[in-house]
Design a protein around this ligand. Sequence first.
Ligand code: SF4
Length: 234
Amino acid sequence: MELNRYSVINNKNKREIVLLRGNGCKWRKCSFCDYHLDFDNNVYKNYKLNKSVLDNVIGIYKVLEVINSGSFVDLDKDTLMYIKDICVLRKIHTLHFECHWIHRETIPDLKKYFRKYGINVKIKSGIETFDYLFREKYFIKGIPNVHPLEMAKYFDEVCLLFGVKGQTEKSMEMDIHTGLKYFERICINIMTENKTPVKPDKDVIKIFKEKLYKKYQNYENIDILIDNTDFGVG
Ligand code: SF4
């Protein structure tokens, strides 16, 4: 299936978004994720594809989000340089990347590199839930039992994953509150059917839609993807 790799988000948090391809997520164990299958070990082929996707960027909102079904470290150097070139050309001032916890130490250098060109980098990480046991026993996310403050040392934004068995109105709302307390933005993804054994739970999704979606949909710092998951945000 051909993936749509370029899109413009016109509601709150207006931005262009590109889905690029790297050499693959290095964690690859999250129980709910099959996005990490979008990778190729051929650097040249990845760069060629990524360049063609990035050429769509027009800078309409001066904000670009780059996702690649993994972390920015999976992208080749030429692609990273081309992202920089496009940002400079289109006068993009804010650039969002995704990153898994295991690559957190590489974030300062990335931010420093883009800052030289006047580009502010924001890093999003798929935390999915702040409930450590749920996250690690069920989602196998690979993040130790650290306080959200420790996570916020590295990440500006987090993704949360809702709509699976075991979650309740209370647990989802606690995650929303924690996310809002420690991070600039949160992005809520609702589980959809994919190739993994983790299935969306209709009852949990109904609770979310009827109780929490209504309550939080207009929050400026909450993005909600009802019919889509997060492309495997690291
Ligand atoms: S959710 Fe992200 S970190 Fe987890 S396996 Fe998928 S791409 Fe990798």
